[in-house]
Design a protein around this ligand. Structure first.
Ligand SMILES: Cc1ncc(COP(=O)(O)O)c(C=O)c1O
Length: 368
């Protein structure tokens, strides 16, 4: 049977997402009892107490479908950002919104532009839609190179993605850079700012203070979307909940293509409960910044090149990344490797996770 005739030809090139090793697989390899999973940019801390309580209270309602309009969450987000609720769209993770935007806007002949390495879904969603994807290198400091992106934009460009802080480099675009970029872009191009890690930006530093805040440029008029998530700072990756600030005409289309009950009941409750907890966000941001600083000091002392990051991970370069990945795994420290590069993306763990990471790197790269 020739199965290929059943499938859309543009899917041939799409790679299925490769999940990391499962806990049991890691346990077979690791030579220690404590495993620090620092490979998926998850929070090392549990969900906020408020979210845990709100989610637990919803379990008895799981015989019913969720509110398909995510009404209360949408209202809260609209109030939080001071925009009409019609300009909020919630998704099963912000990943779903990226897919839905591509599905809504792209067709064969269109192209999308972004920097690489960055979030793989910009590529896969374009491939699935049959559109061309144009990837340009990051700046040497790990920041999205907006000028290089502009040079790739042509009359067929439908979407440009700006990931800030960027996954996996952690670099941030400044508000001034973004403003110049917006001014130079042709009107037909939709700008998607992916701000999955924005809450980790250290706004007390001059660099952080100058950073693009994804929602600052959103006016509901121009073709600009700000995507955010509860998966990272809010420690709710497992419930899958993200949202976008989206101009109303695009929102109407996203509601056509999204699944009717895309955000589950537990997710809606958990997200609502923690959105307003600024004190806990600030506490976690400070913990993350302290962990990041310890990783910098470690990499600096070992002479390993790294990017300064405004997210909950640090990109570090090592001579033999595959071997280092394995060595770290044996020490219970799970990081993400990027084949074809010398980089490893090291998540900022909790205090014991950072301790374990520093100890493992020192053992591997310190003076023998
Ligand atoms: C840059 C970026 N955007 C979006 C996402 C998707 O996050 P989620 O679907 O969990 O909201 C991720 C997840 O790792 C990411 O790194």
């Amino acid at each position: 049977m020739d199965w290929s005739k059943f499938f859309r030809t543009n899917l041939e090139q799409v790679l299925a997402y490769q999940p990391g090793l499962r806990e049991e697989q890691i346990r077979e390899i690791a030579q220690v009892d404590t495993i620090h999973k620092l490979s998926s940019n998850e929070s090392p801390l549990p969900p906020f107490d408020s979210a845990l309580a709100a989610m637990a209270a919803k379990l008895v309602e799981l015989n019913e479908y969720p509110d398909g309009s995510a009404h209360e969450l949408t209202q809260l987000l609209a109030w939080h950002y001071g925009v009409p609720p019609e300009q909020i769209v919630c998704g099963n993770g912000s990943n779903e919104l990226i897919d839905n935007i591509a599905e809504t806007c792209l067709q064969p002949g269109d192209n999308v532009v972004y920097c690489w390495p960055s979030f793989i879904v910009y590529r896969s969603s374009a491939q699935i839609a049959g559109a061309e994807y144009r990837e340009v290198a990051l700046r040497p400091d790990g920041v999205f190179d907006l000028d290089a992106m502009l040079a790739q934009v042509d009359e067929h460009t439908k979407i440009v993605y700006v990931c800030s802080p960027n996954n996996p480099s952690g670099g941030i675009v400044t508000a001034a850079e973004f403003e110049r970029f917006l001014a130079a872009l042709p009107e037909q191009v939709l700008v998607v700012v992916d701000a999955a890690y924005e809450e980790f930006i250290d706004t007390d530093t001059p660099e952080g203070a100058a950073a693009l805040q994804s929602t600052a440029f959103f006016d509901g008029q121009r073709p600009l979307v700000a995507l955010k998530t509860f998966s990272k700072m809010y420690a709710l990756a497992g419930i899958r909940c993200g949202y976008g600030l989206v101009p109303e005409p695009l929102a109407e289309y996203l509601h056509k293509v999204r699944e009717p009950f895309n955000v589950n009941t537990v997710a809606q409750a958990g997200a609502r409960a923690c959105l307003e907890d600024d004190a806990e966000v600030a506490r976690r941001r400070a913990l993350n910044a302290a962990g990041r600083a310890r990783l910098y000091r470690c990499f600096e002392a070992l002479g390993l090149p790294f990017y300064r990051s405004q997210a909950n991970f640090v990109w570090v370069e090592v001579p033999t990344p595959a071997a280092t990945f394995d060595e770290l795994l044996q020490r219970g420290v799970i990081v993400r490797s990027f084949p074809g590069t010398h980089g490893l993306r090291v998540g900022v763990g909790d205090e014991s996770g950072v301790d374990a990471t520093v100890a493992a790197f020192e053992e591997l790269f310190g003076e023998q």
